[in-house]
Design a protein around this ligand. Structure first.
Ligand code: GLU
Length: 355
């Protein structure tokens, strides 16, 4: 009898340990798909010490193989969506990425997605995905400032951190985020601030929402600008055309009037001086464009702050909208997406205060 009891105990212990192990495995094995788009993180140079390199050379499988530790965070697989320097990022690739991520989550193929991307336009892509991905699951963008062949390259570390962030349940419900250089940023706020420094990404108004160290992420803030209503791009193959024009002292009105003649132009983002200001000649050209049906959005060339309505500019009378605290390139993203749903300037303005 004693023997049977002790055998039973052993069986029970083994069973409960294996259930516990199973639970732990489930806990630490999220399925993460890495969508690679190119950029410096996949860049390759001739020498480890020279700066010259070509972005978007290393295929996704090599990227993953270079960082075997990513597999300790979950079940990792990779897909090559594009292979470009992000200066060549475009609306077609944005739509492809958004559709693929939405499909992945709809078909329950992954618990999180990591997008590897060049840093030049990473902020715009992050914001575009933030506005179009319809899931609470983590979507993390990551890149590198030094190519994979460089001495002290930052890509491997950044990729490992991004996978760790994507695997962490705390990263859910935060919208699209950017994990770079031991920090986590909200997609809406983050921007590249230095042409070459490793510490290039910043949220100039609000700072990072989380910090990464030693394989862990700690969150401190969360943006309130993460509306549950996203833009549905599932049936779109292009977006309404919106361009950006830069403001400066003594700018010629032709900077605006010539741009306004681009066929099919629907919107114009003006990167204005100070609180989105312009000199008189440019102001007249913007008013003209607005009267001719182009939605004019005032934003700022300054790197922080926001544009306020009706400050020195009579926005209501001119039919202008303001970008709030979005930088010009992100204002363009929101204006393009808004124009897929409406041409009503009041509604578009509302989007700028909500998204
Ligand atoms: N122009 C390249 C790109 O954006 C280099 C920038 C980078 O990835 O760091 O892809």
């Amino acid at each position: 009898m004693k023997k049977i009891m002790s055998m039973l105990t052993v069986v029970l212990v083994v069973f409960s340990t294996s259930v516990q192990a199973q639970k732990n495995t489930n806990k630490i094995a999220p399925r993460i798909i890495i969508l690679a788009t190119g950029g410096t993180i996949a860049g390759s140079g001739e020498s480890a010490t020279k700066a010259a390199y070509t972005a978007g050379k290393v295929p996704v499988d090599d990227l993953l193989n270079a960082v075997p530790d990513i597999h300790k965070y979950g079940k990792i697989s990779g897909e090559q969506v594009a292979q470009i320097g992000s200066q060549d990022m475009n609306v077609v690739t944005w739509l492809k990425l958004a559709k693929r991520i939405n499909q992945i989550f709809k078909d329950n193929l992954a618990d999180a997605v990591v997008v590897t991307h060049g840093t030049d336009t990473q902020g715009e892509t992050a914001y575009f995905l933030d506005l179009t991905v319809m899931s609470d699951k983590p979507v993390v963008l990551v890149g590198a400032m030094r190519p994979s062949t460089a001495m002290s390259q930052d890509g491997n570390r950044n990729l490992l951190d991004a996978v760790m962030v994507a695997a962490d349940p705390k990263s859910q419900g935060k919208g699209v985020i950017v994990a770079m250089d031991e920090k986590v940023f909200d997609a809406r706020d983050v921007t590249k601030t230095s042409t070459t420094n490793l510490e290039t990404f910043r949220s100039t108004n609000f700072g990072p929402i989380g910090l990464i160290y030693d394989g862990k992420v700690s969150y401190y803030y969360q943006s309130l600008r993460n509306p549950s209503k996203k833009f549905d791009v599932s049936k779109l193959n292009e977006l309404p055309k919106v361009e950006i024009v830069y403001g400066y002292a003594d700018a010629s009105p032709e900077t605006v009037s010539n741009l306004s003649t681009i066929p099919g132009l629907k919107g114009l983002v003006y990167a204005g001086m100070g609180n989105g200001n312009f000199g008189e000649p440019v102001g007249k050209a913007l008013a003209n464009a607005s009267k001719n049906g182009i939605v004019v959005c005032r934003s700022a060339r300054a790197s922080a702050g926001r544009i306020t309505l009706e400050n020195e500019v009579n926005d209501a009378e001119l039919g202008f909208v303001v970008a709030d605290d979005l930088n010009p390139q992100k204002a363009r993203v929101l204006l393009m997406l808004s124009l897929t749903e409406t041409a009503d300037r009041t509604k578009i303005q509302q989007n700028f205060f909500e998204y």
